[in-house]
Design a protein around this ligand. Structure first.
Ligand SMILES: [Zn+2]
Length: 270
């Protein structure tokens, strides 16, 4: 029987990849680890142990709302992607709350549940963070500026860590798209304490992002913890390398899904 992964194992693996003391943008699958003693919290503890900060996606599409009355569809905005509901949700997004989509995974939920965690002010695509740089990383996020936490991660010598997930989970690649003028889609959401709906930017489709692997290969460092395969990328360099790819080919990240409204919109635009 394989021994359960511990927080110390995670700490040691992070050290081997040069992550100690640095902010880590983590995309993860807890189940990829196999058995973890202490569960999701042990993974977070291991990454925090040497003074690091953990930044995770905390999307909450349940707060999506229809556009305001009289809305005229925005060109190339992929509004037929199924994300826009017919009716407004009963409650609004509150960064102090922990409502999050299940697909974000157990580790994102564990970060949200931590005392002292910070969460950004984008109702649909917030990031949450815990650790010494938590507030600094997510403080600039807003409805219009969805990727501010990732630019901050890059500016602070941070690393993107994929733990048991692929490049299709790497939101930094959407920030690279935005950096070369491929703007995130516009959606609408309800926000606690605000009347009406709030314009909220959201990343496009990421299902084709594994195609950027060759462009990022020179930056990639790999490791393993238990059964979880890790890929780590220095955020600033990965952002620049991916931006170069999208500058040359705006369609470099589109997926092959025949029914993908967001990628269809991008193809129509370029
Ligand atoms: Zn797509």
């Amino acid at each position: 029987m394989i021994a359960a992964v511990t927080a110390a194992d995670v700490q040691a693996a992070a050290g081997r990849l040069g992550l100690a003391g640095r902010p880590v943008g983590l995309h993860s699958s807890l189940s990829s680890f196999g058995r973890v003693s202490g569960g999701a919290d042990a993974v977070v503890d291991g990454l925090l142990a040497d003074g690091g900060t953990v930044l995770v996606p905390a999307q909450s599409p349940q707060f999506a709302a229809p556009p305001p009355a009289g809305h005229v569809p925005i060109p190339y905005n992929g509004e037929d992607d199924g994300m826009i509901p017919a009716t407004s949700p009963a409650s609004g997004y509150d960064p102090a709350g922990n409502a999050v989509d299940r697909s974000m995974g157990a580790i994102s939920r564990a970060v949200l549940a931590r005392p002292g965690r910070a969460r950004g002010a984008n109702a649909l695509s917030s990031f949450a963070a815990v650790g010494p740089l938590a507030g600094a990383l997510v403080g600039g996020q807003s409805g219009e500026d969805v990727f501010a936490p990732l630019r901050e991660l890059a500016a602070r010598d941070g690393v993107v860590l994929l733990a048991g997930v692929g490049l299709d989970a790497m939101t930094l690649l959407h920030a690279a798209e935005e950096a070369v003028g491929l703007t995130p889609v516009v959606r609408w959401a309800r926000v606690a304490g605000v009347d009406g709906v709030v314009t909220t930017r959201h990343g496009g489709c990421s299902r084709g992002f594994e195609r950027l692997a060759p462009a990022l290969a020179q930056l990639e460092r790999t490791g393993a913890v238990g059964a979880s395969r890790w890929r780590a990328y220095p955020a600033a360099q990965a952002l620049a390398a991916a931006a170069d790819v999208f500058r040359r080919d705006p369609l470099a990240g589109v997926c092959d899904g025949p029914g993908c409204a967001r990628c269809a919109a991008r193809r129509a635009q370029h």
